[in-house]
Design a protein around this ligand. Structure first.
Ligand code: C2O
Ligand code: CU
Ligand code: CU
Length: 498
């Protein structure tokens, strides 16, 4: 009796397998034999987020057809996923009345912008459902690709995952004079991975594995578009790549392995274009690139993808995935050109630093849930962990003592990378002004940072959002130093004399 039952089960299993294979063959036959890739989804034109120039911005839930024919519940700024793109000229004041209609407290952090601390979106400054707050600040920074997202303590991961992230692009005269590709040839590209399971909803269910590796998806969305394609002309394009993923680290490349040029990083343009065939891009980092499609013929396609790489941990971290397919459709182009030189970057001199601080990153992966620490501390909202002086130049050294990668990010200041594991030869992605640095497993990097322009309490944290939410964050306070106080007094007395 028992053997026959076992045989029956074996036959049943074989039968299921046969039906499955037959089904697959039939499907492939109907679609001209294009194979497994076509079964994944149908290509959609790249979404371009709406523009927002200031005014009321409401955080609220919405329904959106992220995948065709399926309504996904998204959390948004202003009803749109991705969040609207903000474009501001350096020197202008930007004002947004934030109104929170989410079933959760929230706020806005302007990532990469140097703002007074009460405008920075610190997790201490959050607003309940029904509350509002006016963010208003003068944008004094050089042109660059910055961004915005919520920053509530322990809730940044789920809120960003559900859709809340957008570009904050700053323009200035120096950049405009370069004649780089503009308007439709200047494409902000938000890169995020999502789990296509769970009925194609942005459900965020954190288990120990996701708290350890970060919340990783199986599909990459470009500007919120799965299976995205963009029709391009045979000309030069600027793409502002932003890794807005919770945890996925990309190694971006073109599918034909051809070269493109890096022209900028987190804090704006580099000194000149640098030719590469690929580049790492960790969460929160930006990479401003020029891609020249003139070498392709009309009818050709080439895909921006992430390469398979070593050292990834967790669910498909380091897997090869498509990001955006370019379909070359027509002649013509932007008229934009690639200049030989780009911007002047004031080089910080680390020899003049007043001190070096060391930060060691550790993960307790034996505990459940796992914990992430900086210098053996987990984040405490009300504890100031480091005190620095406004205007001081310091060297900050980050050591990743774990097998998990950690992208480290600073609020309130931009920095310059000095070396990695003592090596001062930098790849383009580490050049220029940065606010986030990718730290692979068991590695050290040093950055030079000059604190300012504002005093106040700011953050240093890992931008793997699950690490950030679960401990890997510290407060540092920029204070007026003695000489600054003296200067202020001196100014006051001068004014009295007048
Ligand atoms: Cu984009 Cu504190 O983060
Ligand atoms: Cu930030
Ligand atoms: Cu981390």
């Amino acid at each position: 009796m028992i053997p026959s039952r076992r045989n029956f089960l074996r036959l049943a299993a074989a039968g299921t397998a046969a039906v499955g294979l037959g089904g697959t063959r039939l499907f492939a036959g109907n679609h001209g034999g294009v194979g497994a890739a076509a079964v994944q989804g149908s290509p959609q034109a790249l979404r371009i987020p709406p523009l927002f120039a200031g005014g009321t911005i409401t955080a609220r839930m919405a329904q959106q057809n992220v995948w065709p024919d399926i309504a996904t519940e998204v959390w948004t700024y202003g009803g749109s996923y991705p969040a609207p793109t903000i474009r501001v000229r350096s020197g202008e004041r930007f004002t947004a009345q934030f109104s929170n209609m989410l079933p959760d407290h929230s706020n806005i952090h302007w990532h990469g912008l140097l703002n007074p601390h009460n405008m920075d979106g610190h997790p201490n400054d959050v607003f309940e459902n029904g509350a509002s707050y006016t963010y208003s600040f003068a944008v004094a920074q050089r042109a660059g690709t910055y961004w915005y997202h919520p920053h509530p303590h322990m809730m940044t991961g789920p809120q960003v995952y559900r859709g809340m992230a957008g570009f904050f692009i700053v323009e200035d005269d120096e950049e405009n004079a370069l004649g780089l590709p503009a308007s439709e040839y200047d494409v902000p590209l938000l890169i995020q991975d999502r789990r296509s399971e769970a009925g194609r909803q942005f459900s965020y269910i954190l288990d120990d594995a996701a708290q350890l590796d970060g919340y990783l998806g199986d599909e990459v969305l470009a500007n919120g578009t799965p299976d995205a394609f963009l029709e391009v002309a045979r000309g030069l394009y600027r793409f502002r790549l932003l890794n807005g993923s919770n945890a996925r680290i990309y190694q971006v490349a073109l599918s034909d392995n051809s070269a493109f040029h890096v022209i900028g990083t987190d804090g704006g343009l580099l000194d000149r274009p640098y030719e590469v065939t690929n580049s790492m891009l960790a969460p929160a980092e930006r990479l401003d690139v020029l891609i020249d499609f003139s070498r392709f013929a009309i009818g050709d396609s080439v895909t921006l993808k992430t390469l398979r790489y070593q050292g990834g941990t967790g669910r498909q971290q380091g897997a090869e995935m498509a990001i955006l397919r370019f379909d070359v459709k027509r002649d013509g182009g932007s008229g934009g050109a690639m200049p030989a030189t780009l911007a002047t970057i004031e080089k910080l001199n680390p020899d003049a630093a007043v001190r070096q601080r060391d930060f060691t990153l550790r993960t307790d992966d034996g505990s459940s849930p796992p914990m992430h620490m900086i210098n053996d501390r987990m984040f405490d909202m009300d504890r100031i962990d480091e005190t620095v002086h406004l205007g001081d130049l310091e060297v900050w050294s980050f050591t990743n003592a774990t097998l998990y990668p950690h992208p480290m990010h600073l609020h309130g200041a931009q920095f310059q990378v000095m070396d990695r594991n003592g090596n001062t030869a930098l790849e383009p992605r580490d050049m220029g002004w940065k606010d986030t640095i990718y730290l692979p497993a068991y590695s050290t990097a040093r950055v030079a940072v000059k604190f300012g322009p504002y005093a106040g309490v700011y953050l240093v944290h890992c931008h793997n959002l699950e690490h950030e939410d679960h401990g890997m964050m510290l407060n540092y306070e920029t204070t007026l130093n003695d000489s600054a106080v003296e200067d202020r007094d001196a100014d006051a007395s001068r004014m009295e004399l007048r």
